[in-house]
Ligand binder design. Structure first.
Ligand SMILES: [Zn+2]
Length: 205
């Protein structure tokens, strides 16, 4: 792509670093911003910049939060001894939108994926095992997406729990294989949380 402006080229380059944004789309977005009032670009830049500066990760569940302990972890009316294990904040948002779950969450920050060079040590697994061993947790619900990476991660955690007195369950796989959790509709996802099955049964099947 030949650019007549270095400034334009630099902006398009940065935009094209985002996932799913090719050079052409990047150019379209940048030109769109140029046609809008300057204030719109300023608001975008400010929002992103403030986000990067001020965002925190909840010290308990590792979810993205504006405060040290997120509003779910600090809510005394949530069921304190049930933890739903998810990949990232999108899963928390999806499950919250079903209004069918009143327990807490633990955000792993990804899935074990040797292909992408992501091992257990790259995820928040140690802190999860510590919680499970604390004796204060009754049940862990695995709610990772039904992919090979999701299964590998569930199984790894399950193995780490060997000898720990804790119930483990997994959300029913009504959601098709390879469907990401975030795309399941609210009713289906809510139902699969209510109808969760013991993890032992899931791995036998
Ligand atoms: Zn939290």
């Amino acid at each position: 792509m030949e650019f007549s402006s270095r400034l334009l080229e630099a902006a398009v380059y940065e935009m094209s670093q985002l996932p799913g944004i090719g050079k052409r789309t990047a150019l379209r977005l940048v030109l769109h911003l140029l046609r809008q009032p300057t204030s719109q670009t300023q608001h975008l830049v400010e929002a992103l910049s403030t986000l990067r500066q001020d965002i925190k990760f909840c010290t308990k569940c590792h979810s993205i939060s504006d405060v040290e302990i997120c509003h779910i972890c600090s809510n005394p009316s949530r069921v304190q001894d049930v933890i739903c294990v998810v990949e990232d904040i999108r899963d928390v948002m999806a499950i919250e939108s079903t209004s069918q779950y009143r327990g807490l969450y633990h955000v792993l920050g990804g899935k074990i994926s040797p292909m992408d060079g992501i091992g257990p040590q790259d995820l928040h697994i140690t802190s999860l095992i510590e919680k499970a061993k604390s004796g204060q947790i009754n049940e862990l619900i695995f709610a990772l997406s039904a992919t090979m990476e999701g299964d590998t991660t569930n199984f790894y955690i399950y193995k780490q729990l060997n000898g720990v007195q804790i119930k483990t369950s997994t959300i029913a796989r009504g959601i098709g294989v390879n469907d990401e959790l975030e795309y399941a509709d609210e009713v289906t996802l809510g139902r699969s949380i209510i109808n969760r099955i013991p993890f032992e049964n899931a791995i036998k099947g």
